[in-house]
Ligand binder design. Structure first.
Ligand code: ATP
Length: 234
């Protein structure tokens, strides 16, 4: 399975944010999407997942065009999205939040999903009955990722997972994404902590003003003087 984004444009009302964005994510690779505040990273994820409408260009999943396909249907086709700000249901227990991520799957898949997520995040198993709103920031991030994994995505897009987390927890969460990548999932990661994201990523794209200005392997990007100056504060 492969996600192919070609020449995508999108925005809000009359404000255009994406200007011909192109990128690819295949199964089994972790791809970082880098860029300054306001470059359009979140908008890119929201457009690909179908939460906002594309103005032009194309998004293909496994060769199939996603034009006119709803966000819910895209999730069923294998596209997972962990949105910025997590979007959990604070007054529902952990396990209910997880099950909502797989509401469209048969019961046996939901049960298997819970086992998978609890194995990945044992902390969530311990707290399965606790209200999501009372979890720590790190636990909430685990829950948001776990909920997306419940839908059995083949390609998972994750927006700013380390936001508000201690360096240790941020590392832990990113290592978990590296692990699901190693199991064959494709991961598209938007991450404020560029150094950390290039540590776990295979490849990356740098976007400015809504289009890609630089791409390469994580090693190439880490060694690039422009990237070092703008994002790694070297
Ligand atoms: P950050 O790292 O700061 O989250 P980003 O690269 O993810 O930045 P976006 O969130 O995609 O950037 O925002 C791109 C531009 O779109 C910004 O100028 C932002 O103000 C604008 N924008 C984002 N959401 C909306 C909205 N709902 N309505 C209008 N403008 C928006």
């Amino acid at each position: 399975m492969k996600l192919e984004v070609h020449n995508l444009s999108a925005g809000y009302a009359k404000a255009q944010v994406l200007f011909g964005l192109s990128l690819e994510v295949a199964e089994g690779e972790l791809v970082a999407l880098l860029g300054a505040n306001g470059a359009g990273k979140t908008t890119a994820l929201r457009t690909v997942s179908g939460l906002i409408r594309a103005w032009g260009g194309s998004v293909h999943l496994n060769g199939q065009s996603l034009a006119g396909i709803s966000a819910a249907r895209r999730a069923k086709l294998g596209l997972g999205h962990v949105p910025e700000g997590r979007q959990l249901f604070p007054l529902m227990p952990v396990e209910e939040n997880l099950l909502l991520g797989a509401a469209f799957l048969a019961w046996e898949h939901r049960a298997a999903g819970l086992e998978y997520v609890y194995a990945l995040f044992p902390r969530l198993r311990e707290r399965r009955g606790q209200l999501a709103g009372t979890l720590s920031g790190g636990e909430q991030q685990m829950l948001a990722i776990g909920r997306a994994l419940m839908g059995r995505p083949r390609i998972l897009m994750v927006d700013e997972p380390s936001l508000g987390l201690s360096p240790k927890l941020a590392e832990e969460v990113l290592q978990t994404l590296a692990q699901v990548r190693s199991e064959g999932m494709g991961v598209l990661l938007v991450e404020q902590n560029v150094a950390l994201s290039l540590e776990v990523a295979d490849r990356g794209y740098v976007i400015e003003h809504g289009s890609v200005v630089l791409s390469g392997s994580a090693a190439e990007l880490s060694g690039n003087p422009q990237v070092q100056k703008a994002y790694l504060a070297l």
